[in-house]
Design a protein around this ligand. Structure first.
Ligand SMILES: NC(=O)c1ccc[n+]([C@@H]2O[C@H](COP(=O)([O-])OP(=O)(O)OC[C@H]3O[C@@H](n4cnc5c(N)ncnc54)[C@H](O)[C@@H]3O)[C@@H](O)[C@H]2O)c1
Length: 282
């Protein structure tokens, strides 16, 4: 089945990036968010990304117009999804929120349903619908327009047609896909959050300052970005939610968010999206 219309649910860090890439792929893309100011901010971020591309000579005004014509926003969930061949959900990492949303969307569209969850059981989300075989994990990386990987997560009830569909969709979006089983944290988040949490513990223990802990990994281990800067980029709240989900799923204290992470979140230091985390952001 070919894709013409796509809906993206949630216009935050990930949803805006996913909608941008869908529009650039040439799909009619509708971005939805439950909060009008978040929707507005998401659309502005996409526009700013394209404007920056023009300034840097990476894209043209004409190209931007073509992409813009493929992208629209709505604050009506049914409008967003009713004609969609594919719906990609990117709302906060809370199981009940995602299950409720999937049960609502299920009745509004016959399109394939995908979740961008970083750590939650895809099957539990799928079972909130009447057709779990058509639900799959499509885990994108931040920033979506730049990162090459798309982690596809299949669960026991997922049909081979749905997997094929998602693999083709990923290829059309210019992503390299990997296929992973539905084990919480998949092949990426599970390692990523443990590294980040340990770096936070090292910062709290006074091993070194944030800059130097990150440099140890970028210069000593050739990581493209240090674990604290990456935590800022992902969002401290997002990483805390992933850790808590893994702690609950595996019943393992190793995933307990470090108290410094909780303290920073309670002060509104969420990383790049709030302007301050382990580092200052413009
Ligand atoms: N941030 C990352 O680097 C990253 C990477 C991969 C996957 N993820 C996953 O993507 C998902 C979204 O993360 P994010 O970083 O974009 O979060 P975010 O907080 O930046 O954005 C979430 C958006 O969802 C909206 N929202 C809240 N409730 C909603 C509802 N009921 N219906 C529609 N919209 C609603 C919010 O207004 C907000 O705009 C999470 O599952 C997260 O684990 C995040």
């Amino acid at each position: 089945m070919s894709i013409e219309n796509v809906a993206v649910i949630g216009a935050g860090t990930m949803g805006a990036g996913i909608a941008q890439v869908c529009a650039q792929t040439g799909w009619n893309t509708t971005l939805y968010d439950a909060y009008p100011e978040s929707l507005e901010r998401g659309m502005q971020r996409i526009n700013a990304f394209w404007e920056k591309g023009i300034l840097k000579g990476k894209t043209s005004q004409e190209q931007k117009q073509i992409w813009s014509s493929k992208l629209q926003s709505t604050s009506d969930l049914s409008d967003a999804v009713s004609q969609s061949d594919l719906v990609i959900e990117a709302v906060p990492e809370i199981m009940e929120l995602k299950r409720k949303l999937f049960s609502e969307i299920d009745a509004m569209t016959s399109g394939i349903l995908a979740t961008n969850t970083s750590s939650l059981s895809i099957q539990s989300i799928a079972e909130a619908t009447s057709r779990p075989q058509e639900v799959i994990g499509m885990h994108f990386f931040n920033p979506v327009p730049i990162m090459e990987l798309l982690e596809l997560v299949k669960h026991d009830l997922c049909s081979s047609e749905t997997i094929d569909f998602a693999q083709k969709a990923g290829a059309e979006m210019g992503k390299t896909t990997i296929l992973v089983n539905d084990i919480p944290g998949f092949a990426t988040s599970r390692l990523g959050v443990v590294l980040g949490n340990e770096a936070i513990r090292m910062l709290a223990d006074g091993v070194a300052n944030a800059e130097d802990i990150d440099k140890a990994m970028t210069l000593g281990y050739r990581h493209p970005m240090g674990p604290l800067r990456l935590t800022d980029l992902v969002g401290l709240d997002v990483r805390r939610d992933i850790l808590l989900n893994l702690k609950e799923s595996f019943g393992d204290e190793r995933y307990m968010p470090h108290p410094l992470l909780e303290e920073m979140i309670s002060k509104g230091m969420l990383g790049k999206k709030s302007g301050k985390g382990f580092f200052e952001w413009d």
